[in-house]
Design a protein around this ligand. Structure first.
Ligand SMILES: O=C(O)CCC(=O)C(=O)O
Ligand SMILES: [Fe+2]
Length: 367
């Protein structure tokens, strides 16, 4: 009988994302902690994503969060709109209806954004954050619309924030940072964001023809993202390769990430890549058709994919995911960390405050 670990590694044998046992950091001795820190460093240099098992958040709570998410999105749209996302992207809270948000990569001018938005992201989302966040106050439903929802989300936020702090300690060890620059203190206000995402069922053809997307290729903006997924699948990450100069570069090829029961994905955002002078990667990712969708579709001479026979009518099941985004305190200056530059490795990026950067990216996602 294979043990849990063998089964996990079997599941992930074809995955681009390594699994690490986070219990080493939570419960291990100094040597275990250093081992875990080195494993994460390696994953962030080569892939930009890692899957943590034994991360300390009870599976029952994660399952309950998915249940609340399903209940929320099953409400009539008029009820969901009792907690509407404001028109501005930089107050990123509340409910966004289907295709209201379009995740956009590296395009910040109005014309470029309009062009990108012709292919909608077929998803709806609900965002909440720290109860003490004055810049982005939460936007809740009236309690009677979904009793218990707010209480659960506030508590789950705290669980995720604790894991983020623990990870920031581990990463300070990975980077060998002097205690005076520990990463946790740069996130002391925990101005984080808990996001519920629902991708409704969609014809496979629309995804294959790229008439619609679930979430288009993008990198995250902040420092770290935790990503809880259901078993439907469809997350794909861009494969990186050596650039010949000691760094890594995107190949344009995407590989599916299998779901790991009990695991949480951890990936980096652009601010962490800047901060580490590209030592760590914020890797492009997207959500496409579930891996179980029939694959016997053909490309014609123009590269357009045609569903064959019954496949043209296949409907992909709905999908739910729960990302949790960490960003540093707004005034933290993102300036190359010690140990990430030196002779032969000059600083590549201008300094920027965390909020300046994140605000620009958020505003591009809403018009
Ligand atoms: O739904 C997913 O698995 C990915 C979500 C994501 O990448 C995001 O919200 O930034
Ligand atoms: Fe993302």
């Amino acid at each position: 009988m294979p043990g849990l670990w063998e089964m996990l590694n079997d599941t992930m044998s074809d995955s681009p994302v390594p699994i690490v046992d986070y219990g080493l950091f939570l419960h291990g001795d100094d040597e275990d902690k250093r081992k875990l820190a080195a494993q994460v460093d390696d994953a962030f240099r080569t892939v930009g994503f890692v899957c943590l098992v034994n991360h300390g958040i009870e599976q029952a709570k994660v399952d309950e969060c998915f249940e609340w998410s399903k209940k929320f999105f099953a409400l009539p749209v008029e009820a969901k709109l009792l907690a509407p996302h404001p028109p501005s992207g930089s107050h990123h809270r509340g409910y966004s209806g289907i295709s209201q948000e379009k995740v956009i990569q590296n395009v910040v001018d109005a014309e470029g954004i309009a062009a990108e938005r012709t292919i909608p992201d077929i998803k709806e989302s609900y965002e909440s954050g720290n109860v003490n966040d004055e810049r982005q106050p939460n936007i809740w439903l009236p309690e009677e619309t979904l009793p218990g929802f707010r209480g659960f989300m506030e508590a789950f936020f705290e669980d995720c924030a604790s894991l983020i702090y623990s990870i920031l300690h581990a990463l300070s060890l990975s980077l060998n940072l002097p205690p005076s620059i520990g990463l946790p203190s740069t996130h002391s206000r925990s101005l984080f964001q808990l996001r519920l995402l629902h991708y409704p069922s969609i014809p496979l053809r629309s995804l294959q023809h790229k008439e619609e997307t679930r979430i288009s290729p993008h990198t995250d903006y902040g420092t770290l993202t935790l990503l809880f997924q259901d078993a439907v699948g469809g997350l794909e990450v861009e494969v990186l390769e050596d650039d010949g100069n000691g760094g890594r570069t995107g190949t344009g090829v995407f590989k599916g990430v299998p779901h790991v029961e009990g695991g949480v994905l951890l990936n980096l955002g652009d601010l962490m890549m800047r901060w580490t002078n590209d030592r760590w990667r914020s890797t492009v990712h997207q959500v496409g058709a579930p891996p179980t969708a029939p694959r016997n579709a053909l490309s014609n001479a123009d590269g357009v994919v045609e569903g064959e026979g019954e496949d043209s009518k296949v409907i992909c099941p709905p999908r739910y995911s729960i990302p949790f985004f960490a960003t540093p305190d707004p005034d933290v200056l993102i300036e190359c960390l010690p140990g990430c530059w030196g002779p032969g490795n000059p600083k590549k990026y201008e300094s920027v405050t965390a909020w300046e950067y994140v605000k620009t990216r958020l505003e591009a996602a809403y018009l």
